[in-house]
Ligand binder design. Structure first.
Ligand code: ATP
Ligand code: MG
Length: 232
């Protein structure tokens, strides 16, 4: 649960008193125009930026607003708007690390990696080094990592951007699977027609504040949302 979170970047307040809540098993959309603060909110909640003020609590326990709130880091996974994967490791090896770090299953880690690679149609580049992958392939590796890690809280920053339509469908299915595995999934994405299909609820950010919230149906029926949506 997040209460009254504010953040400053480059000397400017870019998040102002943001409150939101994430639910296990739910896909939640963070929507808003460019520069509205979506990635900054993810940065604050995943330990990549220290918020200026506000509170973050996990299962009723308040956690520190520091870049590394270590006790919870293992239960949070994120992807980046510009993918960040290991460049000097093969895809298979870096996924194996994610699988081995997760202790949620007794199934052999190698078997799980093979299964996830197949599921994401990524087996063809399993032995390639990270540095040789296309932008879209890097995004798929980030998604694979999360499927293997099975964290409690997932943040996906524009996971569909730059993907071919058939790969978008595959990633959308993977996102739904993350939620059905019990993760609370937060997705930032400009591709609203597809987001609407997979998210149950949404928060709409504008200039660093939450401007609207509701189920996806409520949002799409809201005239204020329609006006803002032209700019998304
Ligand atoms: N590293 C940074 N240093 C200074 N200002 C930044 C930095 N990163 C983002 N900002 C500013 O913070 C504000 C929020 O940016 P943020 O990246 O969170 O927006 P966003 O909603 O994710 O946008 P987009 O849809 O374009 O990804 C913007 O005004 C942006 O210019
Ligand atoms: Mg962003």
């Amino acid at each position: 649960m997040v209460r009254n979170l504010s953040a400053i970047r480059g000397g400017t307040k870019v998040l102002e008193s943001v409150s939101c809540e994430f639910t296990p098993g739910e896909v939640l959309a963070l929507i808003g125009p460019n520069g509205s603060g979506k990635s900054t909110l993810i940065d604050c909640l995943s330990g990549f930026l220290t918020a200026e003020s506000g509170t973050i609590s996990v299962q009723g326990i308040e956690i520190e607003l520091q870049k590394t709130f270590s006790p919870y880091k293992h239960s949070i996974c994120r992807t980046f708007q510009i993918p960040r994967i290991a460049r000097q490791m093969t895809v298979f090896d870096q996924l194996l690390l994610s699988a081995e770090n997760s202790q949620n299953t007794s199934i052999d880690a190698r078997v799980r990696v093979i299964e996830v690679l197949e599921e994401l149609q990524a087996s063809g580049y399993a032995q390639d080094m990270g540095s040789n992958l296309s932008y879209g392939q890097q995004k798929i590796v980030e998604v694979a990592r999360i499927l293997l890690a099975k964290p409690s809280l997932v943040f996906l920053d524009e996971p569909l951007a730059g993907l071919a339509p058939h790969m978008r469908r595959i990633v959308m299915k993977a996102i739904q699977k993350m939620a059905s595995n019990g993760s609370a999934v937060v997705i930032v994405e400009h591709d609203f027609p597809n987001v609407k299909e997979i998210a149950q609820r949404g928060y709409v950010l504008d200039e660093g504040t939450i401007f609207l919230t509701g189920t996806m149906k409520e949002l799409t029926e809201n005239a204020l949302f329609s006006n803002l949506y032209i700019g998304i």
